[in-house]
Ligand binder design. Structure first.
Ligand code: PLP
Length: 451
């Protein structure tokens, strides 16, 4: 049994004390017990005859498993048991990658591009990325020294953090946040500092609050900037980014990890009529202190290709490449060939996806607005998530709400508390319209039943 299923089952069990709680399927429990037994039944006999169990890395006691992964494992388990589940829990576009991308991957395999590449990626891909960033974002990176291609943006975020900070440092993480940020900060030995954002600010960073936070945290080394945001869908305007940059000028030791993985998915225009995301590195004086993260998972629907990149001044790119060289060598050669093709896809393809995604967003917002005691105070402007407030139900216990929703309606959402937004649930609307219709009906019925 996989560790993730174990974790999922453990979470499930930890909630099963409440009367209305979900009881796991018996086959699931059986495999949990078997797996759990096998983890513990082989203690090592020491020379003095006393039996010792090898312990895990103490760091693990600080790290929480991803709740999205837990819920997703439960969904998979229920499906394996023959149940039909509606899942809006995973951040994955439902459209297919462009045909040219699939063709490039297949051609690369058949042409024998099946060996390791340079640690930082093929020169062709890095050149393509540098050209793309220059054309669309106005940032100029040297493809040979300032770009590192990795196995997905997630790995790039981790390597960026590992390169920039360590024990004794603090990482400022605006909440609501992508749950991997605080866990990754802990993994590199740093301390996550949560910077709360306010609903009235659209869950965006308030420059005054940032200033206060940095003034009181002299050990801060990194500010995580997720723009557009997972889980709120909030998009920081150019003007707001400039104000953030102005604050940062007072704190020269702080760098920004700008996670711009959703930058191609924006649905509304800002005050200046722009529907594009300004890259933080393109702001005056910010290039030298920004590690930009981007990739192909969300924009090109290439989640399984595991292809992302980090673009940063050579000091950080070099450090990230040294780390990657020891951890995974390089990204898949086949995925990299697909990435080269992905960078040549016509803008029209993206425009269509944005249009389709916008319709889904509007549909979900419309349906949520009809539900009693549910409010979407901050409608998403980008990415493909919405974070409705459901705190009137279950006394704000969003985890129990999600577990019971899964049990009773077979609808999977992720509890907002795992994103630092207690009392909310995260809905990913990057799925088919049919699935969204079923999901919204199930959610409405479930909440009505609680009134
Ligand atoms: C904010 C954010 N950054 C990074 C990633 C990771 O992307 P990838 O699949 O390329 O590793 C995700 C995926 O959910 C994300 O939401």
């Amino acid at each position: 049994m996989k560790q993730s299923s174990l974790v999922a089952a453990a979470v499930l069990l930890s909630h099963s004390s409440r009367s209305a709680a979900f009881s796991p399927p018996s086959a699931f429990l059986h495999s949990l017990r078997t797996a759990s037994k096998s983890l513990h039944e082989h203690p090592v006999a020491a020379s003095n005859g006393i039996q010792h169990e090898p312990s895990l890395n103490p760091l693990l006691s600080q790290i929480k498993p991803s709740k999205t992964v837990e819920i997703f494992s439960l969904v998979k388990q229920m499906e394996a048991d023959g149940q039909t589940v509606t899942s809006l829990c995973v951040g994955e576009p439902d459209f297919k990658p462009p045909l040219s991308v699939l063709q490039a991957a297949s051609d690369a395999m058949m042409a024998g591009q099946t060996t390791y590449t340079a640690v930082t990626g093929t020169v062709e891909l890095r050149r393509g990325i540098a050209d793309d960033l220059k054309r669309r974002k106005g940032t100029e990176y040297n493809p040979l020294t300032e770009i590192v291609v990795g196995n997905g943006a997630k790995q790039c975020v981790y390597q960026g953090l590992l390169a920039a900070c360590g024990s004794g440092d603090e990482v400022i993480i605006p909440a609501p946040y992508w749950p991997s940020y605080p866990e990754m900060a802990l993994l590199v030995g740093a301390t996550p500092v949560i910077l709360e954002t306010a609903v009235q600010d659209g869950y965006l960073i308030n420059p005054t609050s940032l200033d206060e936070c940095l003034a009181t945290h002299p050990k801060a080394k990194v500010l995580m900037l997720c723009n557009p945001s997972n889980p709120t869908g909030g998009v920081h305007s150019t003007q707001l980014l400039q104000q953030i940059a102005k604050v940062l000028e007072k704190y020269p030791n702080v760098i920004v990890i700008a996670d711009e993985i959703y930058e191609r998915l924006v649905y509304t225009q800002d005050d200046n009529g722009s529907a594009t995301v300004t890259s933080f590195a393109s702001l005056p004086n910010m290039f030298q202190r920004t590690i930009t993260i981007n990739g192909f998972s969300k924009s090109h629907a290439m989640t399984g290709f595991r292809l992302g990149y980090l673009a940063a001044p050579s000091k950080y790119a070099k450090a990230a490449s040294v780390l990657q060289g020891q951890i995974t060598s390089c990204a898949s050669s086949v995925s990299q060939a697909a990435g080269v093709a992905a960078l040549q896809v016509e803008e029209e393809w993206f425009d269509n996806n944005v249009e389709v995604m916008k319709q889904k967003r509007n549909y979900v917002l419309g349906e949520l607005s009809k539900m009693k005691n549910v409010s979407v105070t901050v409608p998403p402007n980008g990415a493909f998530y919405v974070l409705p407030d459901v705190s009137s139900y279950y006394d704000g216990d969003d985890t129990q709400l999600c577990l019971d929703l899964l049990k009773e309606k077979k609808l999977a959402l992720v509890p907002g508390s795992s994103f630092g937004a207690a009392g909310t649930v995260r809905i990913s609307y990057a799925t088919s319209m049919e699935e969204l219709e079923v999901a919204m009906r199930k959610l409405g019925e479930f909440l009505d039943g609680l009134l």
